[in-house]
Design a protein around this ligand. Structure first.
Ligand SMILES: Nc1ncnc2c1ncn2[C@@H]1O[C@H](COP(=O)(O)OP(=O)(O)O)[C@@H](O)[C@H]1O
Ligand SMILES: [Mg+2]
Length: 266
């Protein structure tokens, strides 16, 4: 069950499920952040995105915010959970890069439900234009640059299209202080693999109506406090100083962009 299951009336559970990692199986090398396939104590298998990878904890904030938002908007996104990782988990992994990443990420990380046998999307797969439109709309809204033809971050599983990898969205949190710039920036539709399949204008009214302050507050409530604090390894003088002000700032930035939809719709 997802934290924001539409079956539960759109009302999010107050927190993401919490599991403990029990075994590191193998690294996944398609993308750049070196996620790991991991078993957990609920007998689940997860793709774990580590706090010490590439863009740090902010990428995991984006995964939760965009993932849970997208799920509420009717997009299929694998369930998310928080996963506790022991520094020892990677000790049997021969690759030093993996060992270092796991050790540096000891503690809380993000787990994405593994879709076994899923294959990468290609244009041969028939996508419902409305479903494509929802994905394109979400990506334009959160400024996702990671859905290109070369790197689709879309999987086909059980004849359904699943959206993954939202870590590069919400770029404003890497340099706070210019909400107008984020709110009004145009979106590069020519880079989006589904831009020719679904028209975001066809779903704009329906989706925009669902993105309320209340929904965004609930989604931000799912993000662990530690990931919302200023990152000492990446100093940003304008970063919100504590988790509460960070949550409020994410909501304000997103509502400001929603209000400027004419600037980023095609
Ligand atoms: N939930 C999942 N189920 C199955 N495979 C996945 C899942 N999440 C990621 N993968 C696979 O792992 C690769 C890397 O994951 P991704 O989230 O895109 O991380 P990166 O930031 O490294 O691009 C994906 O391209 C896909 O092949
Ligand atoms: Mg990826």
């Amino acid at each position: 069950m997802s934290a924001l299951d539409p079956a539960l009336d759109g009302t999010p559970a107050p927190e993401l499920p919490y599991v403990h990692a029990t075994a590191y199986l193998t690294p996944l090398r398609e993308g750049g952040s070196l996620p790991g396939l991991v078993e957990a104590d609920d007998l689940g298998t997860y793709v774990v995105k580590f706090t010490a990878a590439g863009q740090g904890p902010k990428a995991l904030v984006a995964e939760i915010v965009v993932g849970e938002l997208g799920r509420t908007l009717g997009i299929d996104i694998p369930d998310l959970a928080l996963i506790d990782v022991d520094a020892e988990l990677g000790r049997r992994e021969p690759d030093e890069e993996v060992q270092e990443l796991v050790t540096a990420s000891a503690g809380l990380n993000l787990a994405v439900d593994f879709l076994p046998g899923a294959v990468g999307y290609d244009a041969g797969f028939d996508v419902d234009p409305r479903q494509a439109a929802r994905i394109v709309w979400l990506d334009a809204f959160v400024a996702n640059v990671d859905r290109s033809a070369r790197n689709t971050n879309l999987l086909v599983w059980h004849k359904t299209l699943w959206a993954i990898d939202h870590g590069a969205c919400l770029r404003f949190h890497h340099a706070w202080g210019r909400p107008e710039a984020f709110a009004t920036s145009a979106y590069r539709y020519d880079d989006h693999v589904l831009a020719g399949v679904g028209d975001p204008r066809s779903v704009h009214e329906e989706l925009a109506a669902q993105v309320s302050r209340g929904l965004l507050d609930d989604v931000l409530g799912l993000v662990p406090e530690a990931w919302l604090l200023p990152d000492p390894r990446r100093p940003d003088p304008q970063a919100p100083p504590d988790a509460a002000s960070a949550r409020a700032a994410y909501v304000d930035y997103l509502l400001a962009r929603l209000a400027q939809a004419e600037r980023w719709l095609p």
